[in-house]
Design a protein around this ligand. Structure first.
Ligand SMILES: [Zn+2]
Length: 599
């Protein structure tokens, strides 16, 4: 569910470096350098994205090699360019030039050392890890192999603890072969980070938010503490209900919840176990059933999301989007099914790649992906280095914020639902959403808590798996369904680890999307409970959104946040306001129960 990561790069001619070093630079030269870099970056980014697209929609040894080579070239060139940019350090230049020089240095997610052999090795490792994940399957004895889509379905639907544990174990077996390669990736990428002047890759990642890495960590902790009481209430309630359903021997009424019983391979979103929770008021409808009843196909799922954006005043997606996107898992070849949104030419060649299933869950994911596409298109007139989200959490939050407007009222408006259920169903509605959005919060936080420590060496390879589970228990309050050792590599079974995609962005996005939603509702003139607000059809809301999107990364993110919300700090109060009726209900239900300890 990520925006396609764009590797920025330029092939700086060595001759240029020699000339450049000869005399002290001027601000004019700095500007000319930035402009030149921008143009080259654009061209090379396009080339790299094409190779990457072909690879992930057609995994073969050859496409892997082509994508790897494109990545190697790009990383190499970016490192050279960043080195060249250092000659402007300390020079008084206009803020716009300074900002682009800074962004250039921060642009790589996977920096590489200058040695060509190490650069090639790093790219090979990265492509290989992603390929291992993409091709991952569980083949139970004597039965058909299960890919991640099939396993996702099984985890969502099965209530048989043996079967669930077997599927969980089967999928997590893709991890161990990744372990030595992952260890090497950390070592080599850290050398790259040091070449850019950062202590390690984690420090580089945390430096992308316009504050010091420590200040950023403190911001995360502040936001987590804002939402933690709500998570604890949800956790305590779910644990009690699962304990009642499966029995206290399977789910003890205190301690962590076994991770295979939450309806999702990573226990990151719990919406699928809603029917087990005995919530007296259900939402009054089931979106998956509504979509199936209307015979909505994959393409039409995407049309619904597109129509939402056009109702806000955005232009429809270009014809090429419909021709070039991948909506259905092909039968004849391997693809990376993990959903992503692309802007292949950094202009209008927008696409999504997703093996869409006709479910309420994927209905939301489609909105999520199109949020990326509309963001990409809104900032396409910015200089290339500014064609990014205000920060990466913004990019992840746009489509989700829009999907929060998929209310019962909206479903009636678009003809999927006959009538709006009465207000007694609100608890069910909120519970269903909280199982996805609130349950996700600690998961969104812990992946990089783990990874930053891995990058810094605080977690050595000998403790990769053990520390992973310590964090999962500490933040999420879940435990592995069977004993784990350091022979396992469970982080590798989560896409963003082998694919090296930073994850804190999703935590931030889960907070920001409610902040955005509240602002959009205010702009639309809505007054009422946040969870019933839909901004469908509001051009006033669309205007505010557009104002933020078209800025891209051209200004510090508080300016972008201000353009939509009138606020300058990230704040979970909108999320808490949204779920306030549920929080109250949960506290009532949990009376007399043990609180969720470490969580
Ligand atoms: Zn995404």
């Amino acid at each position: 569910m990520d925006q396609r990561l764009r590797l920025l790069a330029v092939s700086a001619a060595p001759a240029l470096l020699v000339i450049a070093a000869a005399k002290p630079p001027t601000p004019e030269e700095a500007r000319a350098f930035v402009e030149r870099a921008d143009a080259r970056l654009l061209e090379l980014s396009n080339r790299q994205q094409r190779a990457e697209w072909v690879y992930s929609t057609h995994i073969t040894q050859d496409t892997e090699k082509i994508a790897t080579e494109a990545n190697t070239d790009l990383i190499a060139a970016t490192m050279e360019l960043a080195a060249e940019a250092t000659r402007f350090e300390g020079l008084a230049v206009p803020e716009d030039v300074a900002r682009r020089l800074r962004l250039l240095k921060l642009s790589l997610t996977l920096p590489a050392p200058r040695e060509p052999a190490l650069q090639a090795e790093l790219s090979e490792i990265k492509a290989g890890l992603e390929g291992t994940y993409g091709k991952g399957k569980y083949c139970p004895q004597g039965r058909d192999c299960l890919d991640i889509n099939a396993l996702t379905r099984l985890m969502a639907e099965s209530r048989d603890t043996e079967e669930l544990r077997d599927a969980w174990r089967g999928w997590h077996a893709i991890g161990p072969p990744m372990r030595p390669r992952y260890e090497r990736l950390i070592t080599v990428a850290n050398q790259g980070a040091r070449a850019l002047g950062f202590t390690d890759v984690g420090v580089l990642w945390r430096s992308k938010y316009g504050m010091t890495p420590d200040a950023f960590s403190a911001e995360l902790e502040r936001l987590w503490q804002q939402v933690r009481p709500l998570y604890r209430s949800l956790h305590a309630y779910v644990r009690a209900r699962l304990s009642a359903h499966y029995g206290p021997r399977v789910v003890p009424s205190d301690g962590p919840i076994p991770a295979h019983l939450l309806g999702n391979m990573w226990a990151q979103a719990w919406g699928n176990i809603y029917p087990l929770l005995g919530v007296s008021a259900d939402p009054g409808y089931d979106l998956t059933a509504l979509l199936k009843a209307k015979k909505v196909d994959e393409r039409e799922m995407v049309r619904y999301a597109e129509r939402f954006f056009t109702s806000l005043g955005f232009e429809p997606l270009p014809p090429s989007f419909w021709e070039r996107s991948l909506f259905v898992k092909p039968r004849d070849r391997e693809v990376v099914c993990h959903a992503s949104a692309w802007d292949v030419d950094n202009d209008e060649d927008l696409r999504i790649k997703m093996c869409i299933e006709i479910t309420g869950e994927d209905f939301v994911v489609v909105h999520h992906e199109l949020g990326h596409n509309f963001y990409q298109r809104a900032y396409r007139r910015q200089p290339f280095l500014y064609r990014e989200g205000a920060h990466d959490g913004f990019h992840e939050a746009i489509g989700d914020a829009v999907a929060l407007s998929v209310t019962p009222g909206y479903l009636v408006q678009v003809g999927l639902l006959d009538r709006v259920p009465d207000r007694s169903r609100d608890v069910g509605l909120l519970m269903k959403l909280a199982l996805d959005k609130v349950a996700f919060l600690p998961f969104g936080l812990l992946i990089d808590q783990w990874r930053w420590k891995v990058f810094s060496g605080e977690i050595p390879p000998a403790r990769y798996n053990g520390s992973w589970w310590e964090l999962r228990e500490k933040y999420q309050g879940v435990a592995p369904p069977l004993p784990r050792t350091e022979g396992d590599f469970d982080p590798g079974a989560k896409y963003h680890v082998p694919a090296n995609v930073p994850y804190t962005r999703y935590f931030l996005a889960h907070i920001l999307q409610f902040q955005f939603h509240r602002a959009l509702c205010r702009a639309a003139g809505y007054e009422g409970p946040l969870h019933l607000c839909s901004v469908y059809g509001s051009e006033a809301a669309g205007k505010k959104l557009q104002a933020m999107l078209e800025m891209g990364q051209s200004r510090p993110w508080p300016d972008a946040l201000f353009a939509l919300t009138g606020e300058r700090t990230m704040d979970a109060s909108a999320l808490l306001e949204y779920f306030a009726p549920l929080q109250e209900w949960l506290e009532e239900q949990n009376r007399g129960r043990k609180p969720s300890g470490g969580v």
